[in-house]
Design a binder for this molecule. Structure first.
Ligand code: ZN
Length: 133
């Protein structure tokens, strides 16, 4: 359950914004008005129980951050530097091989910006590599 999404807000929303959104949605999905989606009404109430209290909100935010980091870590195949890339003889590109057999292709001009991290998606699967320039 994404508490922020239920209230149509995000992590940067202020307490006042969350409160306003909560009251609007509570009216919108009140069982008297919208009895086809009663579950949503209770979900919205549950989301407010988490986000309406600064302490539980903080805990929720931390848990979400952790989850995002873990998801990202699962998708990252490798963290490499630009010198680990191989030069393709046929195309004017650099590449790195993925375990799926396809390649991560990197245009030379994207390597010109120094001290940045490029996220490159594999051509064949959902993995990414992070290239430090
Ligand atoms: Zn791949």
């Amino acid at each position: 359950m994404d508490c922020y999404e239920l209230l149509g807000c995000n992590e940067n929303s202020t307490h006042e914004e969350l409160k306003r959104a909560y009251h609007e949605r509570l009216l919108q999905f009140h069982p008297d008005k919208n009895n086809t989606n009663v579950q949503k009404f209770f979900d919205i109430k549950a989301a407010w129980q988490v986000l309406g209290n600064p302490q539980t909100r903080k805990r929720y935010d931390a848990a979400c951050d952790q989850e995002r980091l873990e998801q990202e870590a699962n998708l990252v195949y490798a963290r490499i530097s630009s010198s680990d890339l191989e030069k393709s003889d046929f195309e004017n590109t650099f590449f790195y091989r993925c375990r799926c057999g396809e390649r991560y292709l990197v245009e030379p001009k994207t390597l010109e910006a120094k001290n940045t991290r490029l996220h490159v998606m594999c051509d064949g699967c959902t993995l990414v590599i992070i290239v430090e320039t």
